[in-house]
Ligand binder design. Structure first.
Ligand code: UDP
Length: 354
C-alpha cells in the first residue's frame, strides 16, 4: 500500500514557533482524571511534583480510582463536564498545561450508545481546545489508534486516517477522535496553541474495567471465576498491550519534550499478541481451569461493526522524541492483574483454580 504525505507530517510542523514547556513542576489539569488512564497520569504527575487539577464528570470515571492520592495536598478535584464551555474556560485559569483525556471509550459502549460516544468525544475536545487556545494554555490531547482503522501496520503517525464506512458505527468513534485532532491543529495554526496529540494503543493495568469490552480485565475475571474465557471471532486478531504505568510516563514526558508540539505520537507497545494467545496466557498465569471458547462476532457486535485484524504502532517518532517506549512484558502485566483480581474477588485459590 502506498504511503502518502499527510498535512501533519513532521517536516511541516516540526518548526513550532512556541518554545517547549517549562520542566516539571507545573500546574496541570487532567480532564478525565478519575478514569483508568487519567488516574494513573494524576499519580505520575503528583509524583513528579506537579500540582494537579482533575476535572471529571464521573460518567465513566470513578472517584475511587484516585484513592491512593485522595489526600495529596497538590490534588484538586472538580466534578463537572468539560463539554460545558464554562467549565472548559474555567479549567484553563491558573493552568500551565492541560492533559485532555476525558472521553467515552469501550467497544461495547460504542455498539450500544453510539451517539453518546461520538458526541461526548467530539464536543468535549472541541470545547477544551477552544478554551485552551483562548487562554493560551498548551494541550496534550489523547486520541486513539482507532483512527488508523484497517490501515497497513505498523501504523505511522503521518499515515492517512481510515475511519471506514459511515454505515459501520465503529468508525464514528475513530472519526470523532480524528476530528478532535484536526480541531486542535486548527487552533494551533490560527492561534499558535502548542498541541501534542497522542494516539493511544491498547493500554492495560490496574483499575481497568472490563464492563465495556476491554479484553484483558474480562479474561482475567473470567479465568478467576472459572467462567469460559470468551474469544471473539477466531482469536487470530492481534493487539499490542502496554502497561498503563509506562503509558502515562510517556504522556508526561511528551508534554514537556522539545519538538513535540504540533505533532502526533503513537504511544503503546509494539509486541503483537493474538487474542487467542492472550486467553491462553491468562488461563495459564491464573492457574485456571476455564475453557476458552470462540464467540462469533455476530453474537457480540452489531452488523457492520468491524473488529480490526491487526493494530501495531510505529514507535520511531516516540523513541526519537523522548528516548524510550513502553516495554513491560505482557506475562508480568497479566501476573499483576491476576494478583489484583484475586484480591478483589476474594479468590484465593478456590473452585476456579487448579
Ligand atoms: N475481545 C474478545 N473477548 C472479549 C472482549 C474483547 O475476544 O471478551 C477481543 C475484541 O474483539 C478485540 C480484542 O479483544 O479483537 C481487543 O478488544 P478491546 O475491546 O480490549 O480493545 P479494542 O482493540 O477492540 O479497542
Amino acid at each position: 500500500m502506498a504511503r502518502s504525505q499527510s498535512p501533519l507530517d513532521p517536516q511541516d510542523r516540526n518548526a513550532c514557533p512556541r518554545p517547549p514547556l517549562a520542566l516539571h513542576p507545573v500546574r496541570a489539569v487532567v480532564t478525565g482524571g478519575a478514569g483508568f488512564i487519567g488516574s494513573h497520569l494524576v499519580e505520575e504527575l503528583l509524583g513528579r511534583g506537579d500540582a494537579v487539577h482533575v476535572v471529571d464528570d464521573l460518567s465513566t470515571g470513578c472517584i475511587d480510582n484516585l484513592a491512593a492520592v485522595a489526600t495529596h495536598p497538590k490534588l484538586r478535584v472538580t466534578v463537572a463536564s468539560v463539554a460545558d464551555p464554562l467549565v472548559a474556560a474555567r479549567l484553563c485559569q491558573d493552568a500551565d498545561i492541560i492533559f485532555h483525556l476525558a472521553g467515552v471509550v469501550g467497544v461495547q459502549r460504542l455498539a450500544t450508545e453510539p451517539l453518546a460516544v461520538m458526541q461526548c468525544n467530539l464536543h468535549s475536545t472541541e470545547r477544551v481546545v477552544a478554551a485552551a487556545a483562548a487562554a493560551k494554555v498548551p494541550v496534550l490531547l489523547t486520541s486513539s489508534s482507532e483512527v488508523y482503522g484497517d490501515g497497513q501496520v505498523p501504523f505511522r503517525e503521518q499515515d492517512p486516517v481510515r475511519p471506514g464506512a459511515t454505515e459501520g458505527l465503529r468508525g464514528g468513534y475513530a472519526c470523532a477522535k480524528a476530528m478532535g485532532e484536526w480541531l486542535a491543529f486548527g487552533h494551533a495554526e490560527q492561534t499558535g496553541l502548542p498541541v501534542v496529540v497522542v494516539r493511544l494503543f491498547n493500554t492495560v493495568g490496574p483499575r481497568q474495567s472490563g464492563d465495556h469490552g476491554m479484553v484483558l480485565p474480562r479474561f482475567v475475571a473470567q479465568a478467576l471465576r472459572g467462567d469460559a474465557i470468551t474469544v471473539y471471532g477466531d482469536g487470530e486478531q492481534t493487539r499490542c498491550f502496554a502497561h498503563v504505568g509506562e503509558v502515562v510516563k510517556a504522556l508526561a514526558d511528551l508534554a514537556m519534550a522539545p519538538g513535540a508540539a504540533g505533532r502526533v505520537f503513537n504511544v503503546g507497545s509494539e509486541i503483537e499478541t493474538s487474542v487467542w494467545q492472550l486467553a491462553q496466557l491468562v488461563r495459564e498465569r491464573a492457574n485456571s481451569r476455564s475453557p476458552i471458547v470462540r464467540v462469533p462476532f455476530a453474537e457480540v457486535f452489531p452488523v457492520g461493526f468491524v473488529d480490526p485484524i491487526r493494530r501495531v504502532p510505529s514507535l520511531v517518532r516516540l523513541r526519537a522524541t523522548i528516548g524510550w517506549a513502553p516495554s513491560a512484558q505482557l506475562s508480568a502485566i497479566v501476573d499483576e492483574l491476576v494478583a489484583a483480581g484475586r484480591a478483589e474477588l476474594g479468590v484465593a485459590g478456590a473452585a476456579s483454580v487448579r
